[in-house]
Write a protein that binds this ligand. Structure first.
Ligand SMILES: *[C@@H]1O[C@H](CO)[C@@H](O)[C@H](O)[C@H]1NC(C)=O
Ligand SMILES: *[C@@H]1O[C@H](CO)[C@@H](O)[C@H](O)[C@H]1NC(C)=O
Ligand SMILES: *[C@@H]1O[C@H](CO)[C@@H](O)[C@H](O)[C@H]1NC(C)=O
Length: 392
């Protein structure tokens, strides 16, 4: 019994020590960002970023540019005000976003590759450090810092735990006995009163908006303040058609099977699903008697070129659409046909490609399986579901 009572006491002491440190360093974020003790108070630093950023499409994701804000007044007795420079930028990100920042530039010049760190007891926090930006009070104002994002976190809603296109950042200095890390957010100011020509959009694509990556030109972005403060799951916007009914189980089909790599066809890793008949969620809906025209999977644009498909072992053409939508079309299967004879759909993934396993190919749904949508010919029905959880 005794050993059981000691443990809670130890835990309490730990909490008190952590709380004391929080007060000393005045962290408004509970010392969870950045991952070292430092002076987080942004009013003690001359540096911050403009609250808005711009984004423009790039090959497999988005290019995001931040601007150094005007040097601000700060208490001159504080070394974080007078002695610090703007050596690095730290971004609080999701732990799943390793490798998401492909390149960094400062005023058009390449900066070193950022480093990624996962931290916290539960390994549930992460940050990117963008070092050697070399800005000072003489040239930080108006400087452009740009990052290029790619899968698995190709935009800021996917990159940062806020999930609404806003992000928390800290500015770090090169060398100083005093650790200064003024911490702030960008993308959180309310949109200005709308001048007729302004293009201010919410970077979280709502179902009725086109994807930001589809925007033909650079767009200034102001995220709306998020309602919830906690980390939001990255739900994204799949499928990308909005007019159809996405209710799970609306059509009499489903993808079954939790695929493991099985046989190989032309040297890749092959994963097979069964397209089978399933009870309808609403038997009175016209979707329940509709023909299956196409299946969309939620994948990544970087997986293009990595995949072949076989339906009942016969090669089947695949197409790709925006946001990593991987598609089989012109299927034309009636409910009776599939009920009588389920179809085997196999995905073969190139072993030398970036998406060599089904875990890397599928954007996973809440069940840990592949996310997909079924479509009827009229595009009135697009029930969305996940396959059973993938096994390792
Ligand atoms: C910052 O300075 C260091 C050392 O001089 C240099 O290696 C690095 O490339 C500079 N960074 C940028 C973005 O110019
Ligand atoms: C800013 O100024 C510092 C020193 O004054 C210099 O080393 C650095 O290269 C400058 N950075 C840019 C982006 O102009
Ligand atoms: C989708 O279908 C379900 C089941 O028939 C129905 O209850 C729901 O209202 C439909 N939703 C839309 C947006 O039409």
């Amino acid at each position: 019994m005794r050993s059981f009572t000691i443990l809670p006491l130890l835990c309490m002491c730990f909490v008190i020590i952590v709380d004391g440190r929080r007060g000393l360093f005045q962290s408004s974020l509970g010392n969870t960002f950045p991952n070292y003790p430092c002076q987080t108070d942004p009013s003690r630093s001359p540096f911050k970023l403009e609250p808005t950023y711009t984004m423009s499409p790039s090959a497999n994701g988005q290019r995001i540019c931040f601007t150094g804000a005007a040097i601000q007044r700060c208490p001159t007795e504080d070394p974080c005000c007078t002695q610090a420079d703007f050596y690095k930028l730290e971004l609080r990100v999701r732990p799943t976003c390793r490798r998401a920042i492909r390149s960094v530039t400062v005023n058009g010049l390449a900066a070193p590759t950022p480093t990624f760190e996962v931290y916290g007891l539960a390994r549930d926090m992460a940050l990117f450090k963008l070092p050697r930006l070399n800005l000072t009070t003489t040239n930080a104002t108006g400087s452009k810092i740009c990052i290029t994002l790619r899968d698995p976190c190709p935009n800021l809603a996917a990159l940062c735990p806020e999930g609404d296109g806003s992000c928390t950042y800290a500015i770090g200095q090169s060398t100083s006995p005093h650790k200064c890390c003024p911490t702030n957010k960008f993308g959180t100011v309310p949109p200005p009163p709308p001048p007729a020509s302004a293009v201010a959009i919410n970077p979280v694509p709502s179902k009725s908006l086109p994807l930001p990556t589809a925007a033909p030109r650079q767009t200034a972005v102001l995220a709306r303040r998020s309602l919830a403060n906690g980390p939001a799951p990255y739900t994204g916007t799949f499928p990308y058609v909005s007019a159809c009914n996405q209710t799970t189980g609306l059509m009499p089909f489903r993808l079954a099977g939790s695929p493991v790599p099985s046989w190989t066809i032309s040297g890749g890793n092959v994963y097979c699903f069964t397209l089978e008949a399933a009870p309808c969620a609403d038997s009175t809906s016209p979707c329940c008697s509709s023909t299956l025209l196409r299946v969309d999977w939620w994948s990544y644009d970087t997986c293009r070129g990595s995949v072949r498909v076989y339906v009942d072992k016969v090669p089947y053409p695949v197409t790709w659409d925006q946001g990593g939508t991987f598609r089989l079309t012109k299927l034309n299967y009636s409910p009776d046909e599939v009920a009588a004879q389920p179809k085997q759909i196999c995905i073969e993934l190139r072993k030398d490609g970036p998406c060599d396993s089904i875990q890397k190919f599928c954007r996973l749904g809440s069940t840990g399986g592949c996310t997909y949508a079924l479509y009827d010919g009229s595009q009135a029905c697009c029930p969305t579901a996940s396959t059973p959880a993938l096994r390792r």
